[in-house]
Design a protein around this ligand. Structure first.
Ligand code: IMP
Length: 436
């Protein structure tokens, strides 16, 4: 009865989609448990690129059950687009949407923009997908859930309250006129409800049955640990628990049930949005990595900030999540550089720090201390694919040295090494599910 969670170990965009896509092939049920349309997973399947914002990565497999858990905030319009994108390729996902998942409404988009404008230097540089305002309403118990949307009376009643609160807030606090009437939103969202109703069912019972019948469950995280609302770089992160605790609450799975927690580590750092990033680099190495790795946001298209790998935040992520294994991604992207650096610790006021400080202003003042490695040559697409077939042993010597150093420093074994875009370009050192 293995249950594996795949968690971003850095700032999001670690390449979790590829890792989830691999392990999902042996799972019966795949559950997305946090975030919303702020996330973007790109999966290359049979030479075709699929961009998912809400859909679990298992959606490409015809025989899996894919759950959107209660911890997700759903933009129904976007979700319908994603389902249609698959249907256009003749893929019909077996999808279950939790009635407890909250709905992103037009007020949330408007507030996301207005709040960010006012925050100035404290703005997180959000994806403008209404994520923060939607989770705020959830915590404030005025949110509208998927289940509410299916009951016209309940939806009308809750929408009426929300409309008053939000239009007043937008107008009187932010000086913004809100363009939608309550009736327009009601009609539009009733339309979405009718399209999504067939997928809405309580997944908790389904998950319990899956556990009882000793089948495999994969819990798919969005974003990364450093964006976690509690453990990330507050206030520059997102509004959900991106770490493994979020998998328990956002899916309805007890912590004691999780048998493997896989931390996905891109072999360098990238970040979209504001806030300090101690290992950030600029100039030719940053440009080289950004262009080679196509490091532009899947959701927003923004160029990502680039940095060397940071063992301080990774050590913290490993502690918070209790990683049982590391999945490295983008070893091919980092090839072709003369020297590669890894931050082993920070100095803050002359003091050595192995874990990040809790406050962003201390984090900003941290000076990274690096260990330097020789780079490795780019083997080209064919060369990397050949390595993927032959295994870890055939990776370039310097790459092996680099990956082993990270794994040993953190004290977590290597489960997976990604060396290219497609599903096949991966070296799997540890299976978490039995192959059927
Ligand atoms: P929000 O989640 O849109 O509210 O954005 C909050 C912060 O998290 C911003 O700095 C975003 O750039 C960042 N963020 C949100 N989702 C992702 C993601 O999927 N990958 C990387 N960064 C993200």
């Amino acid at each position: 009865m293995p249950i594996a969670a795949v968690i971003g170990a850095q700032w999001g965009d670690e390449g979790k989609g590829k890792v989830v896509d691999y392990y999902a092939s042996f799972a019966h049920v795949v559950v997305r448990f946090n975030g919303g349309a702020n996330a973007g997973h790109t999966i290359v399947h049979k030479g075709k690129k699929f961009k998912f914002h809400h859909l679990p990565s298992g959606s490409l497999y015809p025989n899996k059950i894919n759950v959107i858990g209660n911890g997700v905030v759903i933009d129904p319009k976007k979700l319908i687009e994603e389902i249609r994108q698959l249907q256009a390729s003749n893929i019909h996902p077996n999808l279950v949407i939790s009635p407890r998942a909250h709905i992103v409404l037009p007020y949330h988009f408007a507030l996301d923009g207005a709040e960010e404008e006012l925050k100035g230097g404290l703005a997180a540089g959000t994806t403008k997908r209404g994520i923060g305002p939607c989770y705020s309403d959830k915590a404030n118990r005025i949110g509208i859930r998927m289940g509410d949307l299916l009951s016209k009376d309940v939806f009308r009643k809750k929408l009426h309250l929300l409309h008053q609160i939000k239009t007043k807030t937008l107008q009187h606090v932010y000086g913004k006129d809100f363009q939608y009437s309550e009736e327009q939103i009601y009609e539009e969202y009733c339309g979405y409800a009718s399209l999504l109703a067939a997928y809405v069912a309580d997944p908790v019972l389904l998950l319990q049955k899956t556990i009882s019948s000793k089948k495999n469950i994969l819990l798919e995280g969005a974003q990364g640990t450093m964006l976690d609302i509690d453990h990330g770089l507050y206030p520059f992160g997102t509004s959900s628990n991106t770490s493994v605790g979020g998998a328990c609450t956002g899916a309805g799975i007890a912590p004691s049930r999780i048998t493997h927690t896989i931390g996905v580590v891109k072999v360098y750092s990238s970040r979209v949005g504001g806030g300090p990033l101690p290992t950030e680099i600029f100039g030719k190495d940053a440009d080289f990595i950004r262009e080679k790795g196509k490091e532009y946001g899947t959701t927003t298209g923004r160029p990502r900030r680039i940095g060397w790998l940071d063992l301080v935040t990774l050590r913290y992520a490993a502690a918070i999540n209790g990683f049982s294994g590391l999945a490295f991604t983008r070893v091919d992207t980092l090839s072709g550089l003369g020297k590669i650096k890894v931050c082993t610790h920070y100095l803050l006021d002359g003091k050595k720090l192995l874990f990040p400080p809790a406050s962003y202003w201390d984090f900003e003042a941290c000076k990274p201390v690096y260990k330097e490695f020789e780079g490795w040559t780019d083997l080209g697409q064919k060369g990397w694919s050949a390595v993927a077939k032959k295994g870890f042993r055939l990776l370039p010597q310097q790459a092996k040295k680099y990956l082993r150093f990270i794994s040993e420093s953190i004290g977590v074994p290597i489960y997976f090494v990604g060396v290219g875009e497609s599903r096949e370009d991966a070296i799997v050192l540890k299976e978490v599910f039995k192959r059927k």
